[in-house]
Write a protein that binds this ligand. Structure first.
Ligand code: NAD
Ligand code: MG
Length: 391
């Protein structure tokens, strides 16, 4: 029996994870579920999955959750806040942690899981982008097992040789080909993008996801963050990672080998496939996802991304090449800019401009420890707020 903590169980990835677990109750037990504010949904999940612990974002939410659970006669320990998240991510009662909190808020608990040597299913790419080397060092020091959930990185993992150890040259890996759908604005003239609304931007053509990652997909910052994620997960340099636009989202990514072989992983765009893969690895189990019918799909198309159309992608490559604190600054500025766009405070094209200004304003520093990363994160957020246009 694998005992699982799901960080962010009420989110898109969290719900898909529970859907997969529900199909395999004999293999998986839920140790802890966590949510920020969706207390009622968390209470429903507790009634279905009977975790030992449930964590929420505030004292008030904890009171509300306790009331809802008591009404149903459910015995679940309730707590709130970051220390409680770190505790359920590192507890002895848990073997596997699904890291599915969105954004920098997921860093502390995901790192706690790494330090405790857990099997980590990593959806929260922002945590790895921010802390890069420090996170990978924590994983190595504790013998934690890191499984990528991001569909592209899970695909790459599947296309790499079994036991691959972040050394592309040793394994004959020439390049990683990271596929991208291009999002909802692939064919839209850049000049018209200022007028797009949050509702248009979150409407992804192929995937149903949380709001933040949906906006990141529209700007292609999501792909930029994934380039940095691929660098850390697979030990490939920026020049060994090519982004390929593939609007059908059937191929989830590819590995190109020195002998000319290119291996691709295909499937329907449904996160239950990578989740089931990572949960069952090295075995396979049913995920609920139907197989693809290539004769129905008919055509697979590919094109090179236009960096003028998607400046965020270039900003992310630049941050990876700069190293140091640049990826943490990029990530924090992006989180503030995306929230401001969702709140109607800035236009769509201001997202990349704001990030670029923050990157220009803050000096790139070294990040010897996690406190330094969090300090850079705070400084970048403050800079982004100070550079926000007043309306
Ligand atoms: P979501 O917005 O649907 O869910 C986010 C979850 O995090 C919720 O459970 C929420 O309660 C929790 N949360 C948010 N802020 C929090 C805070 N401050 N403290 C504690 N908990 C908090 O997001 P999602 O789409 O499920 O994405 C989650 C992560 O997975 C992101 O890092 C995203 O990039 C990554 N990811 C998602 C998908 C996808 O298909 N949705 C695919 C690949 C990677
Ligand atoms: Mg992805």
């Amino acid at each position: 029996m694998q005992n699982i903590t799901i960080l962010g169980s009420t989110g898109s990835i969290g719900v898909s994870t529970l859907d997969v677990i529900a199909r395999h109750r004999e293999r998986f037990a839920v140790y802890a579920l966590t949510a920020n504010s969706k207390v009622e949904e968390l209470a429903r999940q507790c009634a279905q999955f009977h975790p030992k612990v449930a964590i929420v974002g505030s004292a008030q939410a904890a009171q509300e959750l306790k009331r809802l659970l008591a009404r149903q006669g459910l015995h679940v320990e309730v707590d709130y806040g970051v220390p409680a998240l770190c505790a359920v991510a590192s507890a002895d009662g848990c073997d596997t942690v699904m890291a599915a909190i969105v954004g920098a808020a997921g860093l502390a608990p995901t790192l706690a899981a790494a330090r405790a040597g857990k099997k980590i299913l990593l959806a929260n790419k922002e945590a790895l982008v921010m802390s890069g080397q420090l996170f990978m060092d924590a994983v190595a020091a504790s013998d934690a097992v890191l499984m990528p959930i991001d569909s592209e990185h899970n695909a790459i993992f599947q296309c790499l040789p079994f036991g691959y150890r972040r050394l592309p040259d040793e394994y004959g890996v020439a390049k990683i080909l990271l596929t991208a759908s291009g999002g909802p604005f692939l064919k839209r003239a850049v000049e018209t993008l200022d007028a797009v609304t949050p509702a248009e931007a979150v409407a992804h053509p192929n995937w149903v996801m949380g709001r933040k990652i949906s906006i990141d997909s529209a700007t292609m910052m999501n792909k930029g963050l994934e380039v940095i994620e691929a660098h850390w997960l697979f030990g490939v340099s920026a020049s060994q990672i090519d982004v390929v636009i593939h609007p059908q989202s059937v191929i989830h990514s590819m590995v190109s080998y020195v002998d000319g072989t290119v291996l691709a992983q295909m499937g329907n765009p449904d996160m239950r496939t990578p989740i089931a893969h990572a949960l069952a690895f090295p075995e396979r189990m049913v995920s609920g996802v139907a197989p693809i019918d290539l004769t129905v799909i008919g055509q697979l198309l590919f094109e090179r991304p236009d960096l003028k159309q998607f400046p965020c992608l270039k900003l992310a490559y630049d941050a990876l090449q700069a190293g140091g604190s640049a990826p943490a600054i990029l990530n924090a500025a992006n989180e503030v800019a995306v929230q401001a766009f969702l709140d109607g405070q800035i236009g769509f094209r201001m997202i990349d401009q704001l990030i670029a200004r923050v990157m220009d304003k803050l000096p790139n520093g070294i990040v010897p420890d996690i406190d330094a990363v969090l300090e850079q994160d705070r400084a970048a957020r403050a800079a982004a707020h100070s550079l926000m246009p007043r309306r």
